[in-house]
Design a protein around this ligand. Structure first.
Ligand SMILES: [Zn+2]
Length: 261
């Protein structure tokens, strides 16, 4: 009961579009095509910087506006993201996190240099705005706490029933619970960020479907604690591409974003 309540409080804020066989087939085909293209030429550092400046100006405006509209009912919600290149990061990645209370989005030089179009960088940055609008950092912290408390309580009950309350075991279980809690919804959050990111990239004047081709690049899953990265604990990439396709269909049919029930 407590567990169900805790989980439902941590679901997505917005409804994910339904994906059917049409989107799945298209996603699979696009995925195979993109993989077959093989390695693409790397941009020079200066071309990568120019691409970032060009795209971040437009996505920054669209993302801020989208964030302000969707969080208008939350007083003091900070939509002013500091958007910059993380020059120390050596892997292809991008992430959203908070620096103190301030939201920041970073993208690495290897990711920029590996991008094949402005649309791809626009989609990546827009996806990270999705983590802000979906309040994923905040929710993940609540989930970790809920997971820790639930498993800790179960272990405490079990060990005290047996007549020997084991504080060490309870603490260890709380650690395991926290980790399980944070993984439980991270995949759903990636999909929610993809839906929101598709809408933001489109609003900024980019092609989200072309941009989402970045998913076809093979990449190790990497996460840095406290950051929500582009790759995250990611769901199968074709599923993500299908969500992007379904969202674009909604946009074309004038179907707006709906709150989750
Ligand atoms: Zn992400």
């Amino acid at each position: 009961m407590v567990f169900a309540a805790a989980l439902s409080a941590c679901g997505t804020t917005y409804q994910l579009p339904q994906t059917g066989s049409a989107e799945n087939v298209t996603a699979k085909r696009m995925f195979a095509e993109a993989r077959a293209e093989g390695p693409r030429p790397q941009l020079s550092s200066s071309a990568a910087e120019q691409r970032f400046r060009r795209v971040s100006a437009r996505v920054g405006r669209a993302g801020t506006q989208y964030c302000q509209t969707l969080t208008a009912d939350r007083s003091g919600f900070d939509c002013n993201v500091d958007l910059a290149i993380d020059r120390k990061m050596t892997s292809r990645n991008a992430y959203f996190t908070y620096d103190g209370d301030s939201p920041i989005i970073r993208i690495s030089m290897p990711m920029l240099r590996d991008s094949a179009s402005d649309d791809e960088v626009a989609f990546i940055l827009s996806h990270e705005y999705g983590h802000l609008v979906g309040r994923h950092v905040e929710k993940q912290q609540q989930q970790q706490l809920a997971g820790a408390l639930i498993l800790g309580a179960i272990t405490a009950a079990a060990t005290s029933d047996a007549g020997n309350y084991d504080a060490g075991l309870v603490a260890a279980s709380m650690g395991i619970g926290a980790a399980a809690g944070s993984r439980a919804y991270s995949q759903t959050y990636e999909l929610e960020s993809d839906t929101l990111g598709t809408r933001i990239a489109y609003a900024a004047g980019y092609d989200p479907v072309k941009g989402a081709k970045f998913f076809a690049r093979p990449e190790q899953v990497r996460t840095t604690s406290g950051n929500l990265s582009f790759w995250g604990t990611h769901p199968p990439d074709e599923k993500r591409l299908a969500i992007v396709l379904a969202t674009v269909e909604q946009i074309n049919a004038n179907v707006g974003l709906a709150k989750a029930r």
